[in-house]
Every structure is written in C-alpha cells, then in structure tokens.
Ligand binder design. Structure first.
Ligand code: URA
Length: 424
C-alpha cells in the first residue's frame, strides 16, 4: 500500500477502506509513513470528515498500536470518566475516590495541563510525595487497595495517538471532531475500563465553544464506545464560567478535599455527584448513593488511602504562592459575567500552567473566584484573588482579566445550565 493513495482518497472525499486505515496507522507508528504525509492526511480528514465506520476503525487501529490494559484480576467492575478539559475542572480528584467508596474501581489515566486548561496530574503533584508515574503492577496494587488510581499513561498506551497528537498540535489539525474523538477514545479503551462517562465541556473555557459542536463530539465518542463494546455515556456541561472557586493546582486540591469533607462549592458537588451516579450506573453498581458517601466520610477515606498508596501525604500542608493581588468590586450590583477563558489564561500566566510541555508549573499559583455569575456583590468586596510566586506576573494576568467580568444592575444574560444535556 502507498501513503499517497490513502491521502488522495481522503482528499477526494472517499471513504477509506479498513485495510487502508490499518496500514496507515501501523506504518506511521513504525515511522514508515513520513510526518508530512500524515500531516496531509490529517488535514484531509479535518476538511472532509470521516464516516462512523472509518472513525471506529481508525480508533481501533490506534488502540492496536500499543498495549491494552486488563483489570480482570479485580473483584469489582471498573468505570472511568474523561473530561474534555476546562477551567477549575478538578472533578476527577473528588470523583475517583467517591466512586471507589461506592463499590466500583476507577483506573484513571490523566494528563497534564497545556495552555489555559489545567491538568489533573499537575494538581495532584502539589501534594508532597505524590507520584504520577506507576508501573502497571503498581496501578493494580493501588486499585486493589484504594479502589481508585490516578496516574500518567505509560508510553505503551496508544503510541500512534501520542505521535499523531503532537503532529496535529503543530499542523492546525487539532480541531477535527473525528480526530479528537478517536484520540480520546483510543486511550480510554486501551486503558481497559469497563464503562466510561464523558464530561464534554461547552463554553469559552472549553475546546467546544457551542452546545452544537459539543453535542457532535459527544455523539461521535459515544458511537465509538458502543462500536467497541464499551458502555459509554456523555454529559454536556457548562464551561462558560470557571467550575468552583479555585483555579490552579494546590488551591484546586484544597477545594477537592473540602468536597470530600462534605462541603465545597455547590457546582463542584453537584457535578461530582451527577458524574458519580452515571459512572456507577454504567458499571452496573447499585446500593450506595454518592451523596451519602460524601457525608459519611467514606469518600474521604478512599482519597486518603489512594494518595498515601501513591507516596503522597494527605495531611501535609499544600504549597502556597508567595504573593497575592486582590481585585475588588468597583460598585455594588450583580456579577453578570465571569468568563472561563479569561480566568484560565490569568491562572496560566500566574504560573499555574505551562506554555511548553517541558515547562514546570507553580503549585501555589492561580486564581480564587469569590463570586459566581448571578451573585450580588457589594462595592469594595473581593471578586478575585490572584496568587503568584513572582509579583511581576500580576500585570499580564490582569490584562487577561480585562473585560472578563462584569457587574450590572440586574442578573444579565442567563449562564448555561451546569448540566446541559445527556447523550447515551
Ligand atoms: N485530548 C486528546 O486526548 N486528544 C485530542 O485530540 C484532543 C484533546
């Protein structure tokens, strides 16, 4: 087979044959298809799309490019959640131990932040001693003892996607629904989970800016899951404003611990419980209500066991930034808008995120939001606290918050509902 024939076929709007897809993914993984040829094919896919059969085969070929994990040694069903990423999205932290406390096992392979959206591993690494890299045997041990594990994906998992994602990142081909859907689903299916719940974010702080695009992505991923025999459900959820009050690393861990202790911001609690119910349902586990597991301390127990099993000290003080800057309300009124993208970029510029994959993050940096859209505020009341190790970072962070919030005389435009839709 020849890469040029495959590129020409997709360029001309034809459906690729299964053998063509298998060949091109395998050859690309082995470096037998050149980067520029794969870039041309990715652009042809972005422009001409893929049929359901093509996406299913493409995903399957990427799964077969590496190992497939197996949790059949566990005595309970596995279930996982994937979020398409957002600002203040710390849900995985309370969710994984919560679901474990309710009787399912959660093998959660997570990523790091890039750009304005945070990464679960960066957040957890702010806990002294906590380790993101585990061998498969260590993952199984943590899963067996704590019921949940959150760690980095090893290099053997969907290596075709690893290469292709890096290429798409530099060739303007990230924003293709078939390529995003197959990229996410190949890793989740190779991870070996028995059920999957997708949290597809919608709004300025998300990949998908409109409910229509988010629905298309969710439907494509749910179809891939079904075609692979994996029970898959998606929720479309709001990312027009930050989730919860904390946006950063250590401050998001602290907020997650508040949720596990039975408190925390109402939106974080509502989404955590809704996703937990979906995960348990998809795994066929009944008998315990996640809201009870937050109240009775069992979710907190699972969190402490999971963090300790990965070398972390759940009682250690979390890192704090050296400097703070407070933005106050210039007048009394209602906070009518708090834009997720603006706050995410501010947190990133304060040091919570990275511009390049190899950059370090500041654990203490970030933004605390003291009011949510719809809240009444008094003149002089703190709206946002900026945290940074270096005060020189405040200026650029403040620039990104310029126009990102608004105080008006009434409620303003209605924010998106927290849970917009469910796709199964
Ligand atoms: N996340 C992924 O894993 N892949 C994509 O293509 C986009 C987001």
């Amino acid at each position: 087979m020849d890469a040029i024939d495959v590129i020409r076929a997709k360029r001309d709007g034809q459906e690729l044959a299964p053998a063509q897809i298998d060949w091109v993914i395998d050859a690309y993984t082995r470096d037998a298809v050149a980067e520029e040829q794969m870039a041309a094919l990715a652009m042809a896919v972005l422009l001409n799309g893929m049929t359901r059969a093509e996406v299913a085969r493409w995903t399957d070929a990427m799964i077969r490019s590496g190992e497939r994990m197996d949790w059949s040694a566990l005595d309970r069903p596995t279930t996982d959640k994937h979020s398409t990423g957002g600002v203040g999205d710390k849900i995985t932290l309370p969710l994984a131990p919560l679901v474990a406390a309710c009787g399912a096992a959660v093998p959660q392979l997570s990523g790091r932040g890039l750009g304005h959206t945070g990464g679960t591993l960066d957040k957890l690494e702010s806990i002294p001693g906590w380790r993101a890299s585990l061998s498969n045997a260590e993952m199984l041990d943590v899963l067996a003892s704590a019921g949940a594990v959150i760690c980095a994906a090893g290099g053997g998992l969907a290596p075709a996607d690893r290469k292709l994602y890096a290429l798409r990142d530099v060739t303007g081909t990230v924003e293709s629904i078939p390529l995003i859907a197959s990229s996410i689903m190949s890793k989740k299916i190779a991870e070996g989970t028995g059920a999957l719940v997708l949290d597809v974010k919608v709004g300025s702080g998300a990949f998908m800016k409109t409910p229509e695009r988010a629905r298309e992505l969710a439907e494509t991923m749910v179809a891939i899951g079904k075609d692979a025999g994996l029970t898959t459900v998606a929720l479309l959820t709001a990312m027009d404003r930050p989730l919860g009050a904390a946006v950063g690393n250590a401050i998001e861990v602290a907020e997650s611990v508040e949720v596990l202790a039975g408190g925390g911001p109402a939106d974080v609690v509502e989404l955590t419980v809704a996703l937990a119910r979906e995960m348990l349902d998809a795994a066929g586990v009944a008998g315990k209500d996640p809201a009870d597991a937050l109240r009775d301390g069992s979710a907190m127990d699972a969190w402490r066991t999971m963090i300790s099993a990965q070398g972390g000290d759940p009682d250690a003080p979390l890192p704090a930034a050296a400097e703070t800057h407070v933005i106050t309300a210039p007048a009394a009124g209602v906070l009518t808008r708090l834009d997720a993208f603006g706050v995410g970029v501010a947190a990133w510029r304060l040091g919570a995120g990275r511009a390049r994959k190899e950059d370090p993050v500041s654990f203490g940096a970030g933004v605390t939001c003291h009011a949510k859209p719809g809240d009444a505020v008094a003149a002089g009341q703190p709206l946002l606290t900026l945290h940074a190790d270096d005060p020189a970072r405040f200026e650029r962070a403040l620039e990104s918050l310029d126009g990102a919030w608004e105080i008006g005389g009434d409620g303003g435009p209605a924010p998106l509902p927290l849970i917009i839709d469910r796709i199964a």
